[in-house]
Ligand binder design. Sequence first.
Ligand SMILES: Cc1cc2nc3c(=O)[nH]c(=O)nc-3n(C[C@H](O)[C@H](O)[C@H](O)COP(=O)(O)O)c2cc1C
Length: 197
Amino acid sequence: MSAKILALCGSPRAGSNTQAYLEAALGVLKECGAETELVELRGKTIRSCQACYACWRKGDGVCQIQGDDFRPVFEKMLAADALIVGSPVHYSAVHPDLWSVLVRAGFPGMAGHPHSAPRPFARKIGGPITVARRAGQNFALAQLLLWFNINGFIVPGSIYWTVGVARSAGDAVKDTEGVDTAIQFAKNVAWLLEKTR
Ligand SMILES: Cc1cc2nc3c(=O)[nH]c(=O)nc-3n(C[C@H](O)[C@H](O)[C@H](O)COP(=O)(O)O)c2cc1C
């Protein structure tokens, strides 16, 4: 299968659980022949949307915030056929670094386009994985699913919601059901890519 898959990891810590679930998913897609890349937001500076509406007015998809690490990440998102995002759950929500990327990527994507016009992420395939010690995975998952939905992605399911249960870095491997869920999600991404390309 010739396809580019990008995984964005929203965890700020090294060797994160989020990364482990994403790697489990990417492993499947790599076996299917896809070109895979995992981009960590850890250590990157991503400012949040300033609501200047410049991207919207100009309709060129260019965010006016300069001097941070958003642009190269956004370009990888545009180039990918499938996008998987992973977030640790912090206070029942998506990590702010990942959310800043998604908000800034989504708005230029809609900018200047009438509602019927094609958008840069329309009919791409993808979905989220969220990871928490105990609670809040589904809130964060829903937050991310709404982003995928409004941006026109096709999101396959899995054998369970794509959530992980893990506390300390490295715990993800003990959550075999969570890892299996990430793997089955990736198999469904691969299946959809085959059917739709
Ligand atoms: C600031 C902060 C807030 C957190 N909030 C939650 C939470 O709401 N629910 C939960 O179950 N775990 C919470 N956790 C625990 C993390 O979700 C958990 O350690 C997870 O494995 C982190 O994933 P990572 O290794 O990918 O960073 C929180 C951790 C931090 C540092």
